[in-house]
Design a protein. Structure first.
Length: 263
């Protein structure tokens, strides 16, 4: 696993955006062989999306031959609800780039058969040839997507009940009214993310410091699902200085040293 330590949120977002754009360009995707990109939601990737939009507007990357698969979606929230992940993605990313609507895949939280929806989503990823690069964030409790503490590290796309901590954290998007926050979501599994050829995680802020410490210095555990990335061949976490508050000084210096020539 690589750990890229940047001074602040703007810098880490810029680094991540440049990395993603470089990967897309290196793949030279075509209609017959598109680049498959996994997409997260939440506040952490907003800077990454902004960076990718800027690179697109400068003509430095194209999404014409990119297929996306989102990590998750709330159950029961209308797609046009301002806090649905459908709305989030189009508002903050898709409507600003040249991606084709038919190339966007987001779980349907209003499907008549939710289990079938999850199974078909996994099948769609497989039929596309797997995900080339899965972007993501980390929750304060170390969860990736909605794979909260206790989730199987081999889990696949499924229905997931949300913990009280996640509901409280997400209430900021619902005027802090807990009654408005959905209790259930559809999410890709840890195993789904681990199947991607590469995984790129953004992590910022002191409130993510314990999660980053568990991901880097702790053992692999279902109680910190982000720790599964220790077993991935091509995983990168890009963080800011404040997210490193719980790391040992030796760990911090080690990653700064080995990455100094790659930044």
């Amino acid at each position: 696993m690589r750990l890229i330590i940047e001074p602040d949120y703007l810098s880490l977002s810029r680094w991540a955006a440049n990395y993603v754009a470089a990967k897309i360009n290196a793949a030279n995707p075509t209609p017959e062989k598109p680049f498959k990109l996994g997409c997260p939601t939440g506040s952490s990737p907003l800077g990454l999306y902004k960076g990718l939009i800027e690179l697109y507007k400068k003509g430095q990357v194209s999404f014409e031959n990119v297929i996306t698969f989102n990590m998750d979606e709330y159950v029961g929230l209308p797609e046009d609800h301002p806090e649905s992940y459908h709305s989030f993605m189009w508002k903050n990313f898709f409507s600003h780039i040249n991606i084709k609507k038919e190339n966007v895949h987001i779980l349907n939280g209003n499907a008549e058969d939710l289990r079938k929806e999850c199974a078909e989503y996994e099948k769609a990823i497989q039929e596309a040839g797997g995900i080339d690069l899965f972007m993501g964030g980390i929750g304060p409790d170390g969860h990736i997507a909605f794979n909260e503490p206790g989730s199987s590290l081999t889990s696949r796309t499924r229905i997931k009940d949300l913990t009280s901590d996640t509901i409280i954290a997400n209430s900021r998007f619902f005027n802090y009214d807990l009654d408005l926050v959905p209790r259930t979501a559809l999410t890709v599994g840890v195993g789904t993310v681990m199947d991607a050829k590469e995984v790129l995680i953004v992590c910022n802020g002191h409130n993510k410091a314990r999660a980053l410490q568990a991901a880097i210095e702790g053992g692999v555990s279902q109680m910190w699902t982000i720790s599964a990335l220790q077993m991935h061949q091509h995983a990168i976490i890009v963080c800011d200085e404040t997210a490193c508050d719980e790391l040992k000084v030796s760990t911090y210096r080690y990653f700064k040293d080995i990455e100094k020539d790659n930044l």
